[in-house]
Design a protein around this ligand. Structure first.
Ligand code: PLP
Length: 389
């Protein structure tokens, strides 16, 4: 037991909202597999590729030159310019002045929410959802409303305009989606944009898997009519460029929102790590071939994996990212029971869908960010498991 300096400390010392936060449903599962080398993990949402070599080299070279200082709070100017230019690829015309370099998209989510939400305003979170949106929205003081999107995991105009009278400040949007892989075509985004205008809310558009789109080109909702002034784009280098541990991402936002985010960023983070920013710049300047190579490999794995999963379960075809989200309810097991027994009996780790919101229950999330060989073995073991039930 840690000493408390004589004070009778209890959890009451914590901020009320922090006290009420539930621990992540994913963590419990990761703890179960720590130290077990025999497990094939489809649990972690992390590329199995190392940072592409030329990006590593650029970072190493910068260290050799002794570039180790703070950067501007905004981030390196060349990187902000490169990001503004890069986003043309997703239909957005912007300027470096609207770009803030962050310590991963994780920081971007936090500071975007804190910059705009007042206590008592509503944040809409479509489910199944990436695990950090609800806790971070809650910590920002918001009332959080979850919107179930089962069974096809697509958000519609009607889903949203129901909340007309709920003082909605923000809609969280993530496409391609973690955990379902589902994304939106331009026409579908237009519906969501119309609803955002009707609700008069801001859209925080987490496009971290935008590069990893397979069925159609990724389009940012910010590129649609009337959306530029109400969208905060979040993106980064963790997934497309396999740079998770480098901790670098960015926000593109209208000036007043970016200014608000910068205020929080400069006090809480100061700046993103300089070495990572240098690597990110190299990724944007010369990383396209490596990105394409990894994207093609994920697509190959997706095609194989989903085909095999569909022999056992209903699976919505993922448009992007590296997740499949099969409905395992036909086995008679809940998502938790399925994941727990698959791990114990076959040494394959997947995450129960309920970790991503109630509407995910009955599903499991499988990340196909492992080698083809491991994926083949994992799906064979899954098939043995289902046959044994
Ligand atoms: N947003 C989504 C949808 C994610 O899936 C993840 C990581 O899994 C993140 C954000 C976090 O990204 P970063 O590593 O840039 O903080």
């Amino acid at each position: 037991m840690r000493r408390t300096g004589g004070l009778p400390l209890s959890r009451d010392i914590l901020n009320r909202r922090v006290r009420e936060l539930k621990p992540s449903g994913i963590r419990r599962f990761f703890e179960l597999i720590i130290g077990r080398d025999d497990v094939i993990s489809l649990g972690v949402g992390e590329p199995d590729f190392a940072v592409p070599w030329r990006i590593r080299e650029e970072m190493i070279y910068s260290l050799e030159k002794g570039i180790t200082s703070y950067t501007s709070n905004f981030g390196l100017l060349e990187l902000r310019e490169a990001i503004a230019d890069y986003y043309k690829k997703f239909g957005v015309e912007t300027s470096y002045e609207n770009v803030l370099v962050t310590t991963g998209v994780s920081e971007g989510i936090d500071i975007a929410l804190r910059a705009v939400v007042n206590s008592g305003e509503t944040v809409l979170v479509p489910e199944p959802t990436y695990v950090s949106y609800q806790p971070l929205a809650f910590l920002s003081g918001a009332d959080v409303i979850s919107i179930p999107t089962c069974p096809d995991f697509k958000l519609t105009f009607e889903d949203l305009v129901k909340y007309r009278d709920r003082n909605v400040k923000v809609l969280m949007l993530n496409y391609p989606n973690n955990p379902t892989g589902v994304s939106y075509r331009k026409k579908e985004l237009e519906e969501i944009a119309d609803a955002a205008v009707e609700l008069d809310c801001i859209v925080i558009s987490d496009e971290i898997y935008g590069e990893l789109s397979y069925n159609f080109r990724h389009v940012s909702i910010a590129s649609l009519n009337g959306m530029e002034d109400r969208t905060v784009i979040l993106n980064g280098f963790s997934k497309g460029f396999a740079m998770t541990g480098m901790r670098v991402g960015y926000a593109i936002a209208p000036e007043p929102i970016l200014d608000g985010m910068l205020k929080i960023h400069q006090y809480s983070m100061l700046c993103a790590p300089v070495t990572a920013q240098i690597g990110a710049l190299e990724a944007l300047r010369n990383g396209e071939d490596e990105l394409e190579r990894m994207r093609a490999e994920y697509m190959r794995r997706r095609n194989f994996f989903v085909k095999r999963l569909r022999e056992m379960f209903d699976v919505v075809m993922p448009d992007g990212a590296f997740y499949a989200f099969p409905d395992v309810s036909s086995t008679g097991l809940s998502g938790e029971e399925f994941a727990e027994r698959l791990l114990m009996e076959k040494n394959v780790a997947v995450v129960p869908g309920s970790a991503f919101g109630e509407c995910g229950s009955g599903h499991v999330r499988c990340a196909y960010a492992v080698s083809m060989e491991k994926l083949r073995e994992a799906v064979d073991r899954m098939s043995d498991f289902v046959n044994s039930l």
